[in-house]
Design a protein around this ligand. Structure first.
Ligand SMILES: *[C@@H]1O[C@H](CO)[C@@H](O)[C@H](O)[C@H]1NC(C)=O
Ligand SMILES: *[C@@H]1O[C@H](CO)[C@@H](O)[C@H](O)[C@H]1NC(C)=O
Length: 609
């Protein structure tokens, strides 16, 4: 008996040591592989200084390393000025690797053998100087590829035929290269395609005709829809198409020149301002209702401290998206400002700048989980997002004590404001087609975030009606998404709505299903027109829309849920009930019973308009 027990204990011990050996082995190979990758790159002394032995790559200190459950799943090495020969064999050893971004670096030469990474889902090489043709069968082993961005390089030759075999491919960006020849007949369900400014020719395949002309401009030899040149066309239509391309090209150059001029002008103004400032440094400035007062960004004047030091400490804002123009901190300081309110993460202001651009400035405290470099990389990633239902930030400002997060101001305000605000007429503006459009847009935005941040626990994390902004024609824009990795746990718990759900309150756990719960509340809020009690942290006030909807549905009284201001024709009513059931399925308390995000967004998409 004793012998058996001893034997058993030994066995357990053996298994434990085997597994811990195995795990330490796997994490130490990840470390070694990444360090080998680093060795293969140049210019890493400063940029990848955080990649050091004896610290786990998933500790949160390694710049650009994305982890999920303690395993390395992605590398986001954008904007680092890196070059060298990327050691793909080292990358191939990282079993969990799914996403790889080297956007805006200085790599040259032929495309590295990334096709050794068979399970990669997202390969982003935009804005480097890779060149030469890509072998026709290059992509054959890359069956998992969903997102391929090669834009802004110097690739040439034909677009590889092997791309058409990638069943999962969704986004293909090849713009600003020198690809030539005909466009392969893609049969996949691509959601995003850009082939502009290459040297492509011949007919545009039929099933790509649904994309706009923007996807094809700058290729004078292309014909067929949606470009203006018909395929067996005359010389005349040819010249029209080529003119379109050149005008586009010309105007994009003009835009670049204007941006450069604006930057120079702003820099000159800034210089003037700073030099003037040095002289009048200690005179108190009192300007009522200026953003400066509200933002209090200025470091309190300390007698004896040198001016230079203060200027450095203050720093400027960093633009991450220049689609609405370029501005500097001083432009914001001089703007007329207005308090918008206090959110969980800090206060928000509206600043109307002299150039006519109106921005929202969010002051966020306690975002110090990650260092400045990592913060910068995150913000630049946000700044690259282009989706009709996602709010892309314009700029940020970094100081240890406080971060400013700057987005465009939407005059219509948030869905919360429009639904429950004090404008009186707002409810009548929100007809049923408008509400359905809003919910569908939210679903599209979420679908995007769930691809973009697929490895995050909470790709959104703060989904509620005050974080859904509305454009003038009621297109919703999701904001305040993907913040969780930036926040210390205790701050996230206080500030993010995902942590107010039963998943966290009852089970201390958030998952991607938590966002689904928040989506469910939004749906019920839109249909009932009631302010959800869930948004009040103390649970007082508002309507418990979840309880109400679940009870009413189980008792067949769902009709009473529908906002009295909504019409009652049969068609709209059916849509409302269909959406209501989705909302209920999204708010199951047991997350196993709850819909998955993919399923939820698919079902919302299916609601017939
Ligand atoms: C590209 O990276 C450099 C740093 O290497 C940075 O200064 C520049 O702003 C980046 N460009 C864009 C468009 O983000
Ligand atoms: C791109 O390649 C062409 C030749 O294929 C070369 O003339 C040109 O200088 C290259 N451009 C860059 C930016 O490397």
């Amino acid at each position: 008996m004793a012998a058996v027990r001893l034997h058993h204990n030994l066995l357990v011990l053996f298994f434990f040591s085997f597994f811990s050996f195995f795990f330490s082995l796997s994490s130490s190979t990840e470390t070694e592989s990444l360090l080998r990758l680093k060795q293969s790159l140049t210019n890493t002394d400063r940029t990848l200084a955080s990649w050091i032995p004896n610290v786990s790559p998933c500790s949160g200190t390694w710049l650009g390393v994305v982890c999920f459950n303690g395993i390395v799943t992605g590398l986001r090495l954008s904007d680092l000025g890196l070059s060298g020969r990327i050691d793909v064999d080292a990358l191939a050893e990282i079993r969990g690797l799914r996403t790889l971004s080297f956007i805006n670096n200085s790599f040259t030469g032929p495309i590295p053998e990334f096709n050794k990474l068979g399970s990669i889902k997202s390969l982003l090489l935009t804005e480097n100087s890779f060149s030469g043709p890509i072998p026709n069968d290059f992509f054959s082993p890359m069956n998992s590829l969903k997102k391929l961005w090669l834009s802004g390089n110097n690739f040439s030759g034909k677009i590889p035929q092997s791309l058409i075999q990638l069943d999962l491919l969704k986004e293909l960006h090849l713009e600003y290269n020198s690809f030539s020849g005909e466009i392969p007949s893609f049969t996949q369900d691509l959601t995003s395609l850009d082939l502009s400014f290459n040297k492509l020719e011949g007919p545009i395949p039929d099933n790509l005709a649904r994309f706009t002309v923007d996807s094809f401009v700058g290729n004078t030899g292309l014909c067929g829809k949606p470009v203006e040149k018909a395929c067996e066309g005359s010389a005349q239509s040819y010249s029209v198409a080529s003119k379109v391309g050149q005008e586009e090209y010309g105007s994009s150059w003009a835009r670049k020149v204007i941006v450069v001029m604006v930057v120079v002008l702003v820099a000159a103004l800034m210089f003037l301002f700073l030099t003037r400032r040095r002289r009048s440094d200690f005179t108190a400035v009192s300007r009522s209702n200026s953003a400066e007062e509200m933002l209090e960004v200025q470091v309190p004047s300390v007698r004896g401290s040198t001016v230079e030091k203060r200027e450095n400490k203050r720093g400027d804002i960093v633009m991450v998206n220049v689609e609405r123009g370029v501005f500097v901190l001083q432009d914001m300081m001089k703007a007329a400002a207005e308090v918008l309110g206090n959110g969980g993460l800090g206060s928000a202001y509206k600043a109307a700048m002299a150039n006519g651009l109106c921005v929202v400035v969010k002051r966020m405290r306690e975002m110090n989980k990650i260092g400045k470099d990592v913060f910068d990389a995150e913000m630049r990633q946000f700044g690259r997002i282009r989706h009709r239902n996602i709010m892309t930030p314009l700029a940020y400002h970094y100081r240890r004590e406080e971060k400013l997060f700057i987005t465009e101001y939407m005059p219509k305000g948030s869905l919360m404001y429009v639904l429950h605000g004090d404008r009186g007429l707002s409810h009548s503006e929100l007809t049923w087609p408008t509400r359905l459009k809003i919910v569908k847009g939210i679903a599209r935005g979420l679908n995007f975030l769930y691809n973009e941040f697929s490895t995050y626990d909470l790709p959104h994390g703060n989904l509620k009606s005050s974080n859904v902004l509305l454009t003038n024609d009621y297109e919703p824009l999701l904001s305040d998404y993907a913040f969780q990795p930036l926040l210390n746990h205790s701050v996230a718990v206080q500030a993010l709505f995902a942590f107010k759900t039963p998943d966290y309150v009852q089970n201390q756990k958030v998952t991607q299903k938590t966002d689904v719960y928040c989506l469910g509340i939004l749906i019920l809020e839109v249909i009932t027109g009631k302010f959800p009690a869930q948004y009040h942290s103390n649970g007082k006030g508002g309507t418990d829309v979840v309880q109400w909807a679940h009870t009413a549905l189980s008792e067949g009284r769902e009709a009473e849920l529908i906002d009295a201001e909504l019409p009652t024709d049969t068609n709209s009513r059916n849509q409302m009930l269909q959406l209501l059931r989705i909302g209920v399925a999204c708010t199951e308390i047991d997350s196993d019973q709850r819909l998955k995000m993919k399923e939820a967004t698919r079902r919302i998409d299916e609601v017939q308009v």
